[in-house]
Ligand binder design. Structure first.
Ligand SMILES: Nc1ncnc2c1ncn2[C@@H]1O[C@H](COP(=O)(O)OP(=O)(O)OP(=O)(O)O)[C@@H](O)[C@H]1O
Length: 684
């Protein structure tokens, strides 16, 4: 394995099992050895002592090093210099294990060599001949360092026999069972026969294509009477094939490791020759970005938006609470395009391995490809804070920041990155920083910054709320001001001031619960009530009739019916946005229609959806997010020899200063709110 490969592999990608074994060995070292090692990584003595006192000193050290973009190459160099060979070998051994070949698609082994030809009964155990053949092949294709048994890799562990790949006609007749979708040993996800994926997507036909990202085309596949989304990686990707494959592996590993109801379910993968496919649960309602920006009346309602961001926050805080926490830094992953929506708008975070590719634009070979990549990176920049762009500091606060941008998207209905009529980039995040700057110009005091932050929230709430959410009756949807404040806190330039994701989740849960209660309370009054219980004998006075005053007042409100508030009206169709007038609940099952009828009425364009005063809210106890505060503080200096790859990565595509990110009409929707502040006027 070449050193450059190690240098491009980040420490935070080390699988938990490897970290565990490594830290076990390191923790058992004589103290002086451990200290020699740690002082190579941390210069600050106080910091070092604090670390020594922590229960899991090596794990904490590696975690923090990972947060600073430490690479496996850095680690190996340090271990080698200190002659700590045993722990070094643990890392080397891992690096050899799940290695996809880094050859071009054309030089991949032919199918007959990538799959076992053993009978289906022994599909999990490659035959000796196969193993030998593969080893020979790999030894030619993959130069290795050190010794050790050749590890399994994805193509190898795919248990589909070559016959299922080569003999098309016979394959068609095979039963699914004999197609043997099995779990390879290290990923825990299923490998699907490629021919089945081919059939399910009508041979990757254009009619089946539902999307295209930087790294692959996405198809809707029907397999075994079930819909799936199949992402076939682009063989001509500007990222370079070996990098794409590496990310394929990351995606498979991460999605099988970090499972959560709000994280995209990876159903499996399929590899044949040069074709690499990832198979996901199909999300019929598209991405949050699609749903926010479809130029039609099918824009999401406020309740729906809150529900989506709540689910997304739940997933992110879960990732942050894992040990080690998953901090990606390439937080476009948390952007609205990577929040996909299920049938009932239940969100799932997607794009784990592939988004990471955006971090290394310097890898891009050639001029043409860098153009394509630049647009991807720009999209990513729209979600990144200054501190990351300047010096590549990784931490959970970055994810919080990018989530703040998603909150802004949800509040304003605008895109994170738009292009002005003068072809300039307009970043939504600048909406907050520009308003912050106004405060800063008066005074740099802490209080003023706090004040400017809340002024920014006020401004957004007053002037930039999505017109689709506005009614004449209330200045904004239910507790939207709180969400604006939350967004501004997430987007605070001072990363330590950003709230941990647990707190973000807590706030959103509170707002969501308030909305549910509001809708629920109303629903109780509108749906047929169960007959009242008979009054106790001593209170046997006549019950009031249902046609009393309160019912009359409700009836008056019914006369102002409007579009459905809580009804998802836009069936997932990537190419055919509905006209604004097409707000209809026809896509809903009958049961859902009646369930949400009140909500719809409340969201009439002239009737308040939710009133701020209407709900008190309860407090929720959320376990303290212990990791959040630590990350940034523990790395004041770090190791001088550890390179920070991130800042330079973005040097060619840094966002334009906010002063120039200021033009272009952005929103052509009806009922445009008054835009009188700097951001708005610059867009006019
Ligand atoms: N599981 C899925 N179900 C339904 N549609 C999906 C699914 N996965 C992706 N899509 C659709 O395909 C589009 C492209 O997805 P993809 O993840 O490839 O790109 P992206 O995240 O927008 O961009 P990039 O990969 O460059 O970050 C998405 O916007 C979405 O509309």
């Amino acid at each position: 394995m070449s050193n450059s490969t190690f240098n491009s592999e980040y420490l935070y990608n080390l699988p938990a099992a490897v970290v565990h074994e490594f830290t076990r060995v390191m923790d058992s070292l004589p103290y002086s050895d451990w200290q020699r090692f740690a002082s190579q990584v941390i210069c600050d003595q106080t910091e070092l002592r604090l670390l020594e006192q922590s229960g899991r000193r090596t794990e904490t050290l590696i975690h923090k090093w990972g947060c600073r973009n430490g690479t496996v190459g850095d680690l190996i160099t340090v271990l080698q210099d200190l002659e700590l060979f045993r722990p070094r070998d643990i890392i080397l051994k891992w690096r050899r294990i799940p290695q996809l070949s880094s050859t071009s698609p054309s030089s991949l082994p032919p199918p007959s060599l990538t799959h076992s030809s053993s009978p289906s009964s022994s599909l999990f155990t490659p035959s000796k001949d196969f193993t030998r053949a593969l080893s020979n092949l790999e030894s030619k294709l993959l130069p290795r360092t050190g010794t050790g048994p050749p590890p399994p890799d994805l193509p190898r562990t795919c248990p589909c026999p070559p016959s299922t790949v080569l003999k098309e006609s016979k394959k068609e007749e095979r039963s699914y069972d004999s197609c043997a979708v099995k779990s390879p040993p290290f990923t825990g996800v299923m490998c699907w026969p490629f021919n089945e994926v081919q059939r399910g997507t009508d041979n990757f036909s254009a009619a089946r294509q539902i999307g295209e990202g930087g790294f692959g085309h996405v198809y809707r596949a029907s397999m075994r009477n079930t819909d799936f989304a199949v992402k076939r990686l682009k063989e001509d990707s500007h990222m370079g094939w070996s990098v794409v494959k590496e990310s394929f592996k990351t995606e498979v590993e991460r999605l099988s490791q970090y499972r959560h109801p709000n994280i995209m379910d990876l159903v499996g993968y399929s590899v044949e020759g040069g074709a690499y496919c990832l198979i996901y649960v199909y999300m019929p309602s598209g991405s949050l970005e699609d749903r926010l920006h479809c130029e039609s009346g099918s824009a999401l309602s406020w309740s729906q938006r809150v529900k989506v961001v709540l689910g997304s926050a739940k997933a992110i805080q879960y990732l942050h609470s894992c040990s080690p926490a998953l901090i990606h830094g390439d937080v476009k992953r948390y952007g609205s395009s990577n929040i996909l929506l299920g049938e009932h708008l239940d969100p799932k975070l997607s794009d784990f391995g592939l988004a990471r590719l955006c971090r290394n634009p310097s890898r891009t070979p050639g001029k043409t490809s860098s153009v394509a990549q630049t647009s991807t990176v720009r999209g990513t920049l729209a979600y990144l804070p200054d501190e990351y762009l300047k010096d590549g500091q990784l931490g959970m606060e970055i994810d919080v920041y990018s989530f703040g941008v998603v909150l802004l998207e949800v509040l304003t209905g605008r895109r994170a990155l738009e292009t002005s009529s003068q072809s300039k980039n307009v970043y939504l995040k600048d909406l907050v920083s520009e308003l912050e700057d106004d405060g800063k110009s008066c005074s740099r005091s802490k209080d003023t910054r706090e004040l400017s932050n809340s002024q920014a929230a006020e401004n957004i709430w007053k002037k930039h709320l999505d017109p689709w959410l506005m009614t004449d009756a209330t200045p904004g949807p239910h507790r939207s001001k709180e969400i604006a404040q939350l967004a501004c806190r997430c987007l605070d330039r001072r990363r330590k001031k950003r709230p941990p994701m647990t707190e973000v989740f807590d706030t959103l849960l509170d707002v969501h619960t308030g909305l549910e209660a509001l809708n629920g309370r109303v629903t109780v009054r509108t749906s047929p009530s169960p007959p009242p219980p008979p009054p106790p004998p001593h209170l046997s006075c006549p019950m009031p009739l249902r046609s009393d005053k309160s019912v009359d007042s409700l009836s008056r409100q019914f006369s102002k019916l409007g579009p459905q508030e809580n009804t998802f009206c836009c069936s997932h169709n990537h190419s055919f946005p509905r006209p604004p007038s097409a707000v209809t609940c026809s896509d809903l099952p009958e049961s859902r229609k009646s369930e949400e009828s009140w909500d719809s009425r409340y969201s009439s364009s002239r009737v308040p959806c939710e009133s701020d005063e209407s709900q008190g809210y309860s407090q929720y106890l959320v376990p303290a997010c212990t990791a959040q505060g630590n990350t940034s503080q523990l790395w004041p200096e770090g190791n001088g020899h550890i390179k920070n790859t991130q800042s330079s990565s973005f040097s060619g595509v840094l966002p334009e200063p906010s002063s120039v990110a200021s033009d272009g009409a952005m929103n052509t929707r009806p009922q445009e709110p008054e835009e009188s502040d700097e951001f708005a006027s610059s867009l006019a």
